[in-house]
Design a binder for this molecule. Structure first.
Ligand SMILES: O=C(O)CCC(=O)C(=O)O
Ligand SMILES: [Fe+2]
Length: 314
């Protein structure tokens, strides 16, 4: 069932999908709110949180000590990319530390790597539980997850911007060179999804409102909940892919936003994952002429490749 947020407009496709039991064959696009439409209510909410909320672990809200958050092998990989870029050499995947990157699928460019330190993950979960108990207003993460928290809205935006600019964007430029246009992956929607036996236990087949998605497991204790991948939205020849990816605390799965995926039901415990939908400003917000738009649609084959997050008019 697709659940609409108050300010999310469902497309015909999503509306049909919500009436359709064969969700495995009909992925819906997930979307977040357009950053350009951040309204005064959200700004007032952040001001209220900043004034009234006392964090449990205030060190989580900045990136002053990257080594307390990020695994040594992740830092080493990013440093090697930066060093190569600075010396004018095009960075190569083969030059990453040997144990760093696992490629789960060449055809759909699905990767995994160690990213977040265990203590940091567990502290973030404690922080979110503390936030929830504080009675501060909570917005649900997106049009499909009912439980979880938007990190951007509760004080994590500056540190996540740094994480994207200095760590994730250089890595993504290497793994997904198509998004190197303009500033590369230059903005994001980041949230934590939460699954509990008595609440949401799974997530239906969909693709993301993102160029590239980072999904990191924060624990805590659970069974089940594997991610399932089933091909790229715009590449029918990949639709017979059927890959189940297990979670491991602190480990990141990196995939294209258009990579169709689902989360299998958890069978016990509680699962938290941090999701960053990484986006390219040029791709989304530069205005096309009619001719360019026709040209693009011809190439991509899907009109809604453009204008994500703006809602749809019919
Ligand atoms: O449950 C997960 O880990 C995946 C969540 C997801 O695909 C999403 O939020 O877009
Ligand atoms: Fe997703």
């Amino acid at each position: 069932m697709v659940v609409a947020e108050a300010d999310t407009i469902l497309t015909d496709e999503e509306r049909n999908a919500s009436d359709n039991d064969e969700e495995d064959s009909k992925p819906v696009e997930r979307r977040a709110i357009d950053p350009a439409k951040i309204n005064t209510m959200q700004i007032e909410k952040l001001a209220m949180i900043t004034e009234l909320y006392k964090p449990l672990h205030s060190e989580l809200y900045d990136l002053n000590d990257p080594a307390s958050m990020l695994e040594p092998v992740f830092l080493e990989a990013v440093e090697s990319i930066q060093a190569q870029t600075e010396s004018g050499v095009a960075a190569e995947i083969s030059s990453l530390p040997a144990s760093f990157l696992t490629c789960l699928s060449e055809a759909t460019r699905l990767y995994q790597f160690a990213m977040l330190r265990r203590e940091w993950c567990l502290k973030l979960v404690e922080e979110l539980q503390h936030f929830e108990k504080s009675g501060m207003p909570l917005a649900r993460p997106n049009s499909m997850n009912n439980y979880g928290t938007i990190l951007n809205d509760i004080g994590f935006l500056p540190m996540l911007n740094e994480l994207l600019a200095y760590h994730l964007n250089p890595l993504c430029k290497l793994l997904y060179p198509a998004w190197d246009e303009g500033g590369g992956l230059d903005h994001h929607h980041t949230f934590v999804v939460q699954y509990r036996m008595a609440e949401d236990r799974e997530l239906k087949f969909h693709f993301d409102d993102a160029e590239v998605t980072l999904n990191v497991c924060l624990g805590t204790e659970f069974t089940g909940g594997a991610l399932y991948f089933g091909g790229l939205f715009d590449a029918p020849e990949t639709h017979d892919e059927s890959l189940a990816v297990q979670h491991q605390l602190g480990r990141a799965t990196l995939h294209l936003g258009k990579h169709r995926h689902a989360a299998k039901p958890i069978t016990s415990g509680e699962r938290y994952n941090m999701i960053m939908w990484m986006r390219n400003f040029c791709k989304r917000y530069h205005t096309h002429s009619e001719a360019e738009r026709d040209e693009d649609q011809h190439h991509h084959g899907h009109s809604h490749e453009h204008g994500h997050g703006h809602g749809h008019s019919h």
